[in-house]
Ligand binder design. Structure first.
Ligand code: NDP
Length: 444
């Protein structure tokens, strides 16, 4: 049995009930097969893949907190410190009822390669809790965040592990967590990114993931003699990534006709009104049903359906496995030319394969949404030098990083004979740097 197959089998056996983690490992290792096969003897001797798929450390802890009625609740918190070969662990904190160890491990594993692709010195990690921020009062959110940090602080620090936001963790949650860390440690340091602008946050961090997604999409289209100008785009999600993806797509001349949340989706044939979307989601924290009040000509539909809308470009920006084989077939039948992932692993393995086999340009999340973590690393750099850069400076750096990243994955794919396969290109390019650093640092 090949080394890759052996490791996939082992991961499935040794990590039961973690399907998302299995899926992420399979996706990465399958596309690294060509590199692993060429170095099989050395990699086996060094147990390189075993070291890559086993986190350096995984922490699981109890998070008790009291609600507004005096009721005590207990959630489970996680931090998985996956790989620190190229820098301090870096990766977001997800607060969502679906969170479990397997989800955090899949996200942490992906993060290793994504962070490597940014070209910046950051290792891979991820964390979160099965806490649902929806419907909670500000005081309840603060109580949860403070209790969460009361345990997490032991494992993080500006030079060891720097968490950030993710689903359910936005500026408000990062603020409460930062305040608690500072109070416990007596240290004002860049231990979290996505901070408010008045206490060490970076301009353009809020926009970074969505903007970065569009910068890489535009560069990829350019290389195929196309552009976003005049294209119709479907977006899923209505959170941080989706909102700024819609904004930048429209700035670049495209028309975005959909957004969605976990209850339903909005279709606006005249183009999504970003100002209204921000007011509903960022300020009022309401459901998308409200969108029709701002745009009477739009439609609201319950459930799933974004991928059945005719478009040129699809940008999944909500959550993992939200675009399955049926959706991929609908997209192809409707003439889509590109799918670029704003979320982490939103496309199932079967759907990815189908899209690629049908000649759709497909950029995986670890490359396409890397602008968020890249700008987090720029926030770390600003914190270290105790300076704040202008929006234009951060945005220009972000754009340059995304353009470089695209050419890096394109070249890696070409080098190994997979021209145009950006999944293979992203995994190989991300992997090579991490392996180089791991080899140089000995068996640790
Ligand atoms: P937000 O919490 O801001 O928004 C998430 C959006 O997706 C919401 O509209 C939410 O709807 C929807 N959603 C979440 N879970 C589900 C679900 N199970 N089914 C349907 N819809 C769902 O998160 P972000 O925008 O920050 O993150 C979105 C994705 O992008 C995630 O995969 C995240 O890991 C990834 N990502 C985020 C980065 C960042 O900088 N924020 C960086 C890189 C990747 P509702 O409000 O109804 O729950």
């Amino acid at each position: 049995m090949s080394y890759v197959d052996e490791i996939i089998e082992k991961v499935v056996k040794e990590n039961p009930a973690e399907p998302e983690f299995h899926q992420a490992v399979k996706e990465v290792l399958e596309s690294l097969r060509i590199v692993v096969d060429a170095n099989e003897e050395k990699f086996r001797r060094d147990a390189l893949l075993e070291r890559l798929v086993n986190p350096e450390r995984q922490i699981k802890f109890r998070v008790p907190w009291v609600d507004d009625n005096g009721q005590v609740h207990v959630n489970t918190g996680y931090r998985v410190q996956f790989n620190s070969a190229i820098g301090p662990y870096k990766g977001g904190l997800r607060l969502h009822p679906s969170v479990n160890l397997g989800i955090i491990k899949f996200l942490g594993f992906e993060q290793i390669f994504k962070n490597s692709l940014t070209g910046l010195p950051i290792g891979g990690g991820k964390g979160g809790a099965d806490f649902d921020p929806k419907g909670k009062s500000d005081r309840e959110i603060m109580a949860f965040c403070q209790s969460f940090m009361l345990e997490l602080y032991k494992y993080i620090g500006a030079d060891t592990d720097v968490p950030a936001g993710d689903i359910g963790t936005g500026a408000r949650e990062i603020g409460y967590m930062f305040g608690q860390y500072k109070r416990i440690r007596g240290l004002f340091e860049g231990v979290l990114t996505g901070k408010g602008l008045s206490f060490g946050g970076s301009l353009a961090r809020t926009e970074a993931t969505g903007y970065g997604l569009l910068y890489i999409t535009e560069e990829m289209l350019k290389c195929h003699g196309q552009s976003l100008e005049g294209k119709t785009v479907t977006v899923s999600g209505a959170g941080n990534v989706a909102i700024y993806a819609v904004e930048k797509a429209q700035q670049l001349g495209a028309k975005v006709v959909t957004v969605s949340d976990s209850c339903g989706w909005a279709y606006d044939p005249n183009g999504i009104d970003v100002k209204a979307l921000k007011e509903i989601k960022e300020e009022k924290r309401q459901r998308l049903t409200e969108y029709q009040k701002y745009r009477p000509n739009s439609e609201y539909h319950e459930g799933k359906g974004v991928w059945n809308v005719k478009s040129d470009i699809a940008l999944p920006c909500a959550t993992q496995n939200e675009l399955d084989l049926e959706d991929a077939k609908a997209l192809v039948a409707n003439g889509v030319i590109a799918v670029c992932e704003g979320a982490n692993m939103p496309t199932t393995l079967e759907a990815t394969k189908y899209l690629q086999e049908n000649g759709i340009y497909f950029i995986p999340g670890k490359a396409a949404n890397a602008g968020g973590v890249a700008t987090s690393a720029l926030e770390m750099a600003q914190n270290s030098e105790r300076l704040s850069w202008s929006f234009e400076k951060v945005d220009a750096k972000l754009k340059a990083i995304m353009i470089d990243l695209f050419h890096n994955i394109e070249n890696a794919a070409k080098k190994y004979g997979f021209d145009g396969n950006y999944v293979v290109g992203a995994n190989i390019a991300g992997f090579e740097k991490v392996v180089d650093a791991m080899n140089a640092q000995g068996i640790v």
